[in-house]
Design a protein around this ligand. Structure first.
Ligand code: ZN
Ligand code: ZN
Length: 371
């Protein structure tokens, strides 16, 4: 048993309130991690708004980075004192999991959103009302300590500040993986990215790593488009002033684009992106936004084009996160430029700033423990 402090959402759109919570001792395959920092990702906001109907009350947070405090009896890949990043969770037993595509786990909902372990139990307790959900993405890292599973606890080098590393566990992996793993963009390809928030900017950096020839960033925020240019976009389109995005793209690449990635969740971008596709082009979209209004005319994909939903960049976190750290060391994936830090106590202000577009990637920092 461990006493921790966690930010709890009671009902849709409520503010986070920090509560005293009791964590169970780790089961044999679990790890307790002292949080150093955790990123805020769009999915946390979508659950808070109940656009994603994960059960409440809950402890959210799924870009945790910290130090291993205690491990269960069968955990061997990390030990107390190791630096780790927490990533998405998966069952480890289904066909996608066994074929190195755990992001498409057949239990993706149960493992990440159901608010409990895969067996339905929860390892958190609090005084007062019952039914607190946790284990969000196998971590619930909006807390001073997280109870993670060994499968989503990724060891990282100890010479890089942990406070920047959390976003590698979701947002950065989602964007970079979409280009490097899911779409496998080859050298010399043409790429267009709709939306240059944290995921979209990770995509832009990855497109440069892949040596894409043309990288077009599309957004309504002029400041972010400028940053996209610095991080690797060869062209930018401001959708606030340029209403016909597909035409603007074809001015740059008349035959269309080979790889289009949609990261904004806007249904209208599906139409524009398909209109901009080259023959045999690939349209990828990062999943779990509300796309119920989006309707696709299949005939528009008839020249060999494909439409592909992508979760977590189809990345194996235990491989992808160390790769991204290696690229960061070489100056090729400067994701720390996207980060604005907040104290954990200011979690509500951080969410407001993200929603208002004032920051790209908010990261909450926890106070070091008293010694
Ligand atoms: Zn996320
Ligand atoms: Zn699975």
């Amino acid at each position: 048993m461990k006493q921790v402090r966690a930010a709890v959402i009671e009902r849709a759109n409520d503010p986070f309130v920090i509560h005293d919570i009791t964590l169970e001792a780790p089961r044999p395959d679990e790890v307790i991690v002292r949080m150093v920092a955790t990123g805020i990702c769009a999915t946390d906001a979508h659950v808070r708004q109940q656009l994603i109907m994960a059960p409440l009350p809950a402890i959210l947070g799924h870009e945790g980075a910290g130090v291993v405090e205690r491990v269960g009896s069968t955990v061997s890949h990390v030990k107390p004192g190791d630096h780790v990043v927490l990533s998405y969770h998966a069952c480890g037993q289904c066909k996608p999991c066994l074929s190195s595509h755990a992001a498409y786990c057949e239990k993706v909902w149960e493992a990440n959103f159901a608010g409990a372990r895969l067996d339905g139990s929860t390892g958190v307790r609090r005084e007062g009302p019952d039914g607190l959900h946790a284990h969000f993405f196998g971590q619930s890292s909006f807390a001073t300590y997280a109870l993670a599973h060994q499968r989503n606890t990724i060891k990282v080098p100890s010479d890089i500040p942990l406070e920047i590393l959390g976003p590698l566990g979701c947002g950065m992996q989602t964007g970079a993986g979409a280009i490097l793993k899911a779409l496998k963009v080859p050298v010399g390809a043409t790429v267009a990215v709709f939306g240059v928030g944290a995921v979209g900017l990770a995509t832009i950096m990855a497109a440069r790593i892949a040596d894409a020839m043309t990288v077009i960033a599309i957004d309504v925020n002029a400041g972010r488009l400028e940053l996209a240019r610095e991080l690797g976009a060869t062209h930018v389109i401001n959708a606030a002033s340029d209403k016909n995005i597909a035409a603007a793209i074809r001015q740059i690449e008349p035959r269309g684009i080979e790889f289009v990635l949609e990261t904004s969740g806007r249904a209208s971008n599906l139409d524009a992106g398909i209109a901009a596709l080259a023959p045999m082009g690939h349209f990828g979209f990062v999943a779990f936004n509300d796309r119920s209004e989006a309707v696709v005319d299949a005939a528009r994909l008839s020249v060999g084009q494909t439409l592909q939903g992508i979760i977590q960049g189809d990345a194996v976190s235990a491989l992808m996160i160390p790769e991204l750290i290696g690229l960061y060391r070489r100056g090729r994936f400067p994701f720390d430029r996207l980060i604005t830090f907040y104290d954990f106590a200011d979690i509500n202000r951080a969410f407001e700033d993200v929603a208002a577009g004032r920051v790209i990637k908010a990261v909450l920092r926890f106070e070091p423990p008293a010694v």
